[in-house]
Design a binder for this molecule. Structure first.
Ligand code: 48F
Length: 261
């Protein structure tokens, strides 16, 4: 059989458009494909929700690939290890209560399990705005990262969503956009983004769980974005909190979506 370039091109376009059209209205739109966003998307899709995840970069995995300072190993505690176990990711005990795992195995498995469970991931797409209906976030505004990088004057498209998750890490981008563009009050102490503090692993890991929550009607934060929004410390290359935060925000959203139907 002779290969036909037109069919190859058509196949890519048709299949991509199928994915895109099927994602124009979702239960949850997750922004950011780092560890917390991937774990969140995985647990939500397992509950039967329709999930699309938008990642600015070409690669999924956020800050996890590089472990700590490009040493591609990550550290998790007992609770974080349980999440890795659920994904079938191998860990090695290091010393009492500390485990390590290969960051490449971890990212690639989180990503693979999320996609194979039904999460639709759009890489190379950035969330540049939100849709607000009254006092509630009801969708995302997305554009190609290439448009953003080239500063092209090209209008975005929209994704309708019952809930949006900001899993954008340190930059807490989605919440920042919401705050910048609208005269709103967040569910933080100050009503604004409180901002990230310097590194303190012990407190940061604990705080991540408490800070994983709804920050405005319809908008949730998880992972490092949760600590940046609510004003806690960074934790450095220990990842249990990121994994548990993704799991925890999925539980919160599941409860919220189930109780609203
Ligand atoms: O930074 P990131 O890995 O977030 P996380 O899940 O994990 C944080 C850890 O990696 C580490 C840490 C804890 O040990 O401190 O930093 O909280 O992943 C965030 C992803 O979001 C993407 C970004 O490219 C990255 O892959 N992202 C950020 N802004 C946008 C975005 C945006 N506006 N649209 C789409 N993707």
């Amino acid at each position: 059989m002779a290969l036909d370039e037109k069919i190859i091109t058509q196949a890519i376009i048709d299949r991509y458009y199928e994915k895109l059209k099927a994602s124009l209205s979702v239960d949850v739109a997750v922004v950011g494909g780092g560890p917390s966003g991937l774990v969140c998307a995985y647990y939500l899709v397992k509950q039967g929700f329709k999930i699309a995840l938008f990642e600015r970069k070409l690669s999924i995995g956020g800050g996890m690939w590089g472990g700590g300072m490009m040493f591609n190993e990550i550290v998790v505690q007992e609770e974080g290890k349980k999440v890795l176990d659920e994904f079938g990711i191998r860990t090695l005990p290091y010393t009492q209560g500390y485990y390590t795992s290969d960051s490449i195995e971890t990212v690639s498995t989180l990503c693979s399990m999320a996609v194979r469970s039904g999460v639709t991931i759009f890489n190379l797409m950035s969330a540049e705005d939100l849709i607000l209906r009254g006092n509630r976030v009801s969708g995302l505004v997305v554009n190609w990262t290439a448009v953003e990088m080239a500063h092209l004057h090209v209008d975005p498209l929209t994704i309708e969503a019952k809930c949006v998750v900001d899993a954008t890490g340190h930059a807490t981008e989605v919440v920042s956009i919401l705050q910048k563009k609208n005269d709103i009050k967040l569910f933080t102490q100050t009503g604004k983004i409180v901002g990230e503090k310097s590194l303190w692993a012990e407190v940061a890991e604990k705080d991540t769980m408490a800070n994983t929550r709804e920050v405005f009607p319809g908008l949730y934060v998880c992972g490092m974005a949760a600590n940046a929004t609510f004003g806690s410390y960074r934790m450095g290359p220990i990842f249990g909190g990121m994994l548990l935060s993704g799991q925890s925000v999925a539980v919160l959203i599941t409860e919220a979506l189930r109780s609203s139907t």
